[in-house]
Design a protein around this ligand. Sequence first.
Ligand code: NAP
Length: 157
Amino acid sequence: MKLLMLVDNKNAVAKDGKQILYIDNDLDMFKEYTSNNVIIMGRKTFEDIGRQLPNRTSIVFTRHKREEKKDLYYVSCVAELDRVLLNFKEKEEFVIGGASITELLWDRLDTLIITRVDTVVEGADTFIPQFEGFELVEKSEIEDPDYTVYHEIWKRK
Ligand SMILES: NC(=O)c1ccc[n+]([C@@H]2O[C@H](COP(=O)([O-])OP(=O)(O)OC[C@H]3O[C@@H](n4cnc5c(N)ncnc54)[C@H](OP(=O)(O)O)[C@@H]3O)[C@@H](O)[C@H]2O)c1
């Protein structure tokens, strides 16, 4: 299972219920990685995105029952996630946030695909763990007019 997220230099991911920053080339990369695959997220992230993303399977963690749709599953625990994933064995699984779901599934992550914005976002209030136990295996720059941004790939040691 892979993590796909954008962070600042302190591993902040959100501020006031929104993602810390949006980087055009990061959105393109997100689409490339996740299209035709499975994305796993928390209910707050699903609501922040605001819609079901096309051409991929969405699995949303919530403790409340919700009505499922084509390509959209709700799960209330990891065992339920595993049951849904059995249907998608041939696909890649991307955890896309937020922080609570990242922490919940942390031990299952073998790869962290990180968009690192070289800044510290003041007032950020939601963070993911430091990448202890992982090693950086790839780093390249992502073009952006406003920020220095890196694409980092971390693998579990
Ligand atoms: N920087 C990035 O790349 C990035 C990516 C994604 C999201 N974000 C940001 O992160 C923020 C959201 O992160 P978050 O950590 O606050 O929320 P989240 O993980 O997106 O969602 C939290 C919700 O997930 C459900 N949940 C959490 N743990 C659960 C468990 N053990 N079992 C069942 N359901 C569980 C609950 O839903 P119910 O309340 O419905 O029960 C909970 O309220 C948003 O601002 C979003 O924009 C940033």
